[in-house]
Design a protein around this ligand. Structure first.
Ligand SMILES: NC(=O)c1ccc[n+]([C@@H]2O[C@H](COP(=O)([O-])OP(=O)(O)OC[C@H]3O[C@@H](n4cnc5c(N)ncnc54)[C@H](O)[C@@H]3O)[C@@H](O)[C@H]2O)c1
Length: 178
């Protein structure tokens, strides 16, 4: 199981319960900064899997935003030439986009997402309540990004986005989806 490493050392709100429900699993805490989306992190995660005795029947569970999903996805695709992958996305971008399409990968100093593979997850577990701890800024930027996805430009989707926004941020301002 891969968890984003928090500055405070503890997972956000409801995520602490997610961790507790997988007691007994090997947990790899990961610095989920974009700067850590690299091959060194893939090496660290796969070595950590090795040390935990993970075999072909093991499961990698990526809990976090797009950075965690992309790196963990690539590690799952590469370790023993592929072990099962489950995403528990915790940001808006990861819930509506990155956890779904099966794209995994990391950056090189030469550019973004240059090494990776298509590796669809076995399962994506999405809970909008996990978005409650996102900062207003994260939510606003992500809702702007997601509203540029054609399939999300429907009235129903923008209503749903507004509702989630209201719940998460008290409706401070409207998200940009229309
Ligand atoms: N694979 C794909 O198809 C695909 C699609 C879109 C984006 N991406 C990639 O996704 C990455 C961006 O992902 P992102 O927008 O999810 O941001 P992110 O993963 O960088 O997370 C942004 C910040 O939010 C924090 N965070 C995550 N969940 C939280 C929560 N529930 N509460 C509070 N804080 C939380 C993280 O710690 C981080 O500091 C980029 O690397 C991009 O290339 C991949």
């Amino acid at each position: 199981m891969l968890f984003p490493l928090q500055k405070s050392g503890a997972p956000w709100g409801k995520l602490s319960k997610v961790g507790a429900s997988f007691e007994g699993s090997a947990i790899h805490l990961f610095d989920d900064a974009e700067s850590a989306k690299n091959l060194r992190s893939v090496e660290q995660i796969t070595r950590s899997l090795c040390r935990a005795g993970a075999d072909r029947k093991s499961l990698v569970i990526a809990v976090g935003g797009g950075v965690v999903g992309d790196v963990a996805g690539f590690a799952a695709a590469s370790y023993l030439r592929g072990v099962e992958l489950v995403h528990i996305p915790t940001t808006l971008v990861s819930q509506v986009d990155s956890s779904i399409g099966g794209k995994t990968g990391v950056n090189l100093p030469e550019g973004k997402n240059l090494v990776g593979s298509f590796y669809p997850p076995r399962l994506v577990l999405t809970d909008p309540e996990l978005l409650q701890t996102l900062s207003e800024r994260e939510f606003r930027v992500a809702s702007r990004k997601s509203s540029s996805t054609p399939s999300l430009r429907t009235r129903r989707c923008s209503r749903c986005l507004r509702k989630t926004w209201k719940k998460c941020c008290g409706g401070i301002a409207k998200p940009s989806a229309s």
